[in-house]
Design a protein around this ligand. Structure first.
Ligand code: SAH
Length: 254
């Protein structure tokens, strides 16, 4: 009789421990306390902070927004690359993700995100989901992210990955992002992560007045430039070529 409440307390403690463990494992966005990649991720962020925009300051400032650095210090990039490339996940270079595609170089992700000047209430369109990494970074700084990927297998894989990691403010769709995502428009910000020959008119149209779009423009595997497109309150467009870049091409649905 007397042992009964004691045993019950023991069981409850165990359940409590289990519940706490489950909570830790289910922490959204994946970074558990025992993260074996914490050190290389911190080193990657330090490097991006040091490099910044460099002395040329093509955007008028030298430093990457600390909020961007903070988010990149949390998103577990190693979970967005193929298993056998995990050890290289925090090197400052692009990596293959299959289907002839790549996850962008961390410094470029930082620069593009910095250029977007994201606010917590922003709704963002990304064209070129790829691994889902850049969408995850943006999701940490904006209200909602709609992202389109033309390779169905990549779209499916990234949708599953983002859901598993708890990014419930990201919606992934398979399709040709040239046409944007009409039903979710207009967007405060648009991010294109594949190089287009020209800025797609449907994307300009789906950009909210006062909005910004960052897009690499140029020929496939030829000289490309990162371009900042700004739409003012009256709907006028201003574009600025910022720096030479190298992206996989924006392909078109046949
Ligand atoms: N943002 C990605 C980088 C992906 S590379 C990341 O963080 O991993 C560019 C991606 O754009 C590729 O996956 C490619 O398949 C995709 N893409 C190319 N043309 C496209 C189009 N017209 N619409 C949508 N996605 C496209």
């Amino acid at each position: 009789m007397r042992s009964h409440p004691v045993r019950r307390a023991g069981i409850e403690t165990r359940w409590l421990a289990l519940a706490v463990a489950a909570l830790v494992l289910a922490t959204p966005h994946g970074t558990a306390a025992s993260d074996e990649f914490a050190a290389p991720r911190a080193a990657m962020v330090r490097l991006i902070e040091q490099l910044g925009w460099g002395s040329k300051k093509p955007v008028g400032h030298e430093n990457i927004d600390p909020r961007v650095l903070a988010v990149m210090g949390k998103v577990p990039r190693h979970e967005f690359v193929p298993e056998d490339l995990r050890d290289a996940a925090y090197a400052n270079r692009p990596l293959p993700i299959g289907y002839g595609q790549t996850i962008s170089q961390p410094l470029i992700v930082a620069m593009m995100t910095d250029l977007l000047q994201l606010e917590p209430d922003h709704v963002v369109l990304e064209v070129g989901t790829g691994s889902g990494y850049h969408a995850a970074v943006v999701a940490g700084l904006a209200r909602r992210v709609y992202t389109i990927e033309i390779v169905p297998a990549l779209a499916e894989m990234s949708a599953r990955r983002l859901r598993r990691m708890g990014y419930d403010n990201v919606e992934v769709r398979a399709g040709d992002g040239y046409y944007g995502w009409q039903s979710a428009a207009p967007f405060d910000r648009i991010l294109v992560t594949a190089a287009a020959g020209h800025v797609p008119p449907p994307l300009i149209e789906q950009l909210r007045p006062g909005g910004r779009m960052v897009i690499p423009v140029g020929g496939a595997f030829l000289l490309q430039h990162l371009v900042l497109v700004e739409k003012d309150a009256a709907g006028s467009i201003r574009t600025r070529q910022l720096l030479p870049v190298s992206f996989v091409p924006l392909t078109r649905a046949k």
